[in-house]
Write a protein that binds this ligand. Structure first.
Ligand code: FES
Length: 146
């Protein structure tokens, strides 16, 4: 059969947010910040931001509101994934679909689920994902690591 590559869908049909290699910058005296170009979203509501071997899920709620969650499960540390299993990436990642009640991250190890804001909604995990403060300007979104 013919497989079309649409957006970031892989041939297996599994989807993932685009992966962006973020640049770490220092602001002020010693504040570590990841700088993410707004253009990297390319119209998507979410982005996987990689830095130093870690991945942060960055979800855009609106032009000025972003939530950054470390994609490490609070149960036993597996990498959690964007949950796009119930529908295509196009329908399941619409910004309007992202809410606290919507399971957005899923852990492949034991099935824990987290909202787009990193809040745990299904065990065995009991703790939320680690989140980071974010800020933004015209060109960049900043993830404050410290
Ligand atoms: Fe994620 Fe167990 S490590 S559910």
């Amino acid at each position: 059969s013919l497989t079309l590559l649409v957006g970031c869908k892989s041939v297996s049909g599994k989807t993932s947010a685009p992966l962006y290699q973020a640049k770490e910058i220092i602001i002020g005296k010693s504040q570590k910040v990841l700088q993410v170009a707004r253009s990297a979203f390319r119209g998507n509501p979410d982005l996987s931001v990689a830095f130093k071997g870690k991945v942060i899920g960055l979800v855009k709620f609106n032009e000025n509101t972003y939530v950054a969650s470390l994609l490490v499960c609070s149960h036993r540390g597996c990498g959690v994934e964007f949950n796009k299993s119930n529908g295509s990436a196009e329908t399941s990642t619409k910004a309007s679909n992202i809410s606290l009640g919507n399971h957005y991250y899923i852990c492949p190890c034991h099935g824990a689920k987290f909202t787009a804001k990193g809040v745990v909604t299904q065990g065995p995990a009991v703790e939320n994902l680690t989140t980071f403060i974010t800020s933004s300007d015209d060109n960049f979104v900043y993830i404050h690591l410290s």
